[in-house]
Design a protein around this ligand. Structure first.
Ligand SMILES: C[S@@+](CC[C@H](N)C(=O)[O-])C[C@H]1O[C@@H](n2cnc3c(N)ncnc32)[C@H](O)[C@@H]1O
Length: 487
């Protein structure tokens, strides 16, 4: 039974009379009545995290066995930017009070904040074992799953959550995000609409809804919504993308200029500004590519293969066989992505190595179990830094992200065994040697120019075959497969 004075403060707190409750808690403390826990809860409720740290740090140092105080301290430390301390306090608490679900929750949140999603997931699952079905723990578990790119599992958890708590805004928002990551755009739009109904004036919810409309193909409506959200720098980027999709090049440029004024170093904005300005960046834009494909990894295969009929993994092996280039034992797959082409070329007695900038794409490739080694690296740097040689080097749908191919061709030539093969696909430019398309952000190359560059690098026996690389906005993308041999 709490002290009667503390009881009356708790009643004020419950009645939301926070100023009076706080004054009462502080008076209790001054008179030696322990009010640390409810006062810290009140301060947390008001986002006064530094004050919670000042209040609880000495207490936890001397009464380290009070799990509730330690949990509140861990939360406040995390929210005031001292995440390492938050994690340390939470770990001590779960070690001393392993039967306390909130302690596991605090540990999971601190681990998630420090980027250790595996540890976070384990902590939330420990908490859920003690408190099955607890909403906050389940929501946080789904966040850890999303960080691990386990979006399908996150969707299952979140669908259960919104079924049992239909007013849980964060769950609807996270569900929309996870569904988008899986390419389930219509479902994501429905989830975003539910979030909008719960928080119609929340700017972040409105942006997510507008983006969901864009993904779901409702370009014009998305543009209208985005035009109303211009206070948010991200809204300018999405508005630019939406206008590009609507072929409004000048409108897109204006929107990117606004975005660039706010965030001039963003690799995505820089890339598209270059594309709109008709520039060809000198260097490979590694940050842009990494970000693009890390974000895309979970839905890459369902989008490319299932929705866009991406053909290179099927056609490349046939093309190699048609030209007698299918007998290689050691293959290097440049820009291997999720390993679609590696899987198509895998055969007994063969080794396939892969290189890619995106760790998340590589994680999918690793799971296929067909690669000997996988390297997270920019392909030209990798080629220039290795002494290994291969019988066949392939690059499927990769040079659409590389403007200048002459140095790449020279590096590949030097890493091929004499008589070795080099096969790759391109999107075809019908005009200049290299074009950067603002609508897609990808490069198109002229096959004739590349044939000259292959010869300059020392390749011969160049073979070419036209193909439809994939669909894009309902139209086929014209491409070519090229094969060349190191003499
Ligand atoms: C469209 S995906 C194709 C993946 C795979 N080759 C396939 O056919 O399924 C392009 C991949 O190339 C990678 N990539 C693009 N430019 C790269 C570079 N300069 N160095 C390394 N990887 C690159 C991307 O990260 C991405 O995974």
């Amino acid at each position: 039974m709490a002290h009667p004075r503390l009881e009356s403060c708790l009643a004020l707190h419950r009645a939301d009379r926070l100023v009076e409750a706080e004054a009462g808690y502080r008076a209790c403390l001054a008179d030696g009545i322990d009010a640390h826990l409810p006062l810290s809860a009140l301060l947390l409720q008001q986002g006064r995290h530094d004050e919670v740290v000042a209040l609880l740090e000495p207490q936890v140092a001397t009464h380290g066995d009070n799990a509730n105080l330690a949990i509140n301290l861990s939360i406040a430390l995390r929210k005031s930017g001292r995440n390492d301390d938050a994690l340390r306090v939470a770990r001590q608490t779960t070690a001393q009070a392993p039967g306390h679900p909130a302690a596991w929750n605090a540990q999971g949140l601190a681990a998630l904040e420090s980027g250790d999603a595996e540890t976070a997931l384990h902590a939330f699952e420990q908490g859920l074992r003690l408190a099955p079905g607890q909403l906050a723990l389940d929501l946080h578990r789904s966040k850890a799953l999303r960080h691990l790119a386990r979006h399908a599992e996150a969707v299952q958890v979140l669908q259960r959550l919104v079924a049992s708590a239909p007013d849980m805004l964060e769950a609807w928002r996270d569900l929309a995000t996870a569904q988008t990551a899986l390419g389930q755009y219509q479902a994501a739009l429905k989830s975003a609409e539910r979030a909008m109904r719960l928080a119609p004036s929340d700017a972040e919810v409105s942006l997510q809804h507008a983006v969901a409309l864009l993904h779901a193909g409702q370009t014009r409506v998305a543009i209208q919504r985005l035009e109303q959200l211009q206070a948010d720098p991200q809204a300018w980027v999405w508005l630019a993308q939406a206008r590009l999709r609507d072929n409004d090049i000048e409108g897109a440029r204006a929107a990117y200029e606004h975005a660039a004024a706010r965030d001039p170093d963003d690799p995505f904005i820089r890339h598209f500004m270059a594309a709109l300005g008709g520039e060809l960046p000198e260097q490979v834009e590694a940050d842009y590519i990494r970000k693009l494909f890390d974000d895309f990894a979970a839905r890459f295969e369902s989008t490319l293969v299932d929705a866009l009929a991406y053909s290179a993994p099927k056609l490349l092996p046939r093309f190699l066989a048609a030209h007698g280039a299918d007998d290689a034992n050691r293959i290097l797959d440049l820009g291997c992505g999720t390993g679609l082409v590696g899987a198509a070329l895998a055969a007994a007695g063969r080794t396939i190595d892969g290189v890619d900038l995106s760790e998340r794409m590589l994680a999918h490739a690793r799971a296929k179990g067909v690669y000997r080694e996988l390297h997270a690296a920019e392909l030209l740097q990798f080629l220039n830094g290795t002494r290994l040689c291969w019988d066949l080097v392939i690059a499927a749908d990769v040079f659409v992200y590389v403007a200048h191919l002459a140095p790449v061709f020279a590096a590949i030539h030097s890493r091929l065994e004499p008589g070795g093969w080099f096969a790759f696909s391109i999107e075809c430019s019908d005009g200049p040697d290299t074009q950067l398309l603002p609508q897609t952000g990808r490069y198109r190359h002229s096959p004739e120019a590349l044939v000259r560059e292959l010869a300059a690098a020392g390749f011969d026996q160049v073979q070419r075959e036209t193909l439809t690389l994939r669909m894009e906005m309902g139209k086929p993308v014209a491409g070519e497969l090229l094969l060349a041999r190191r003499g």
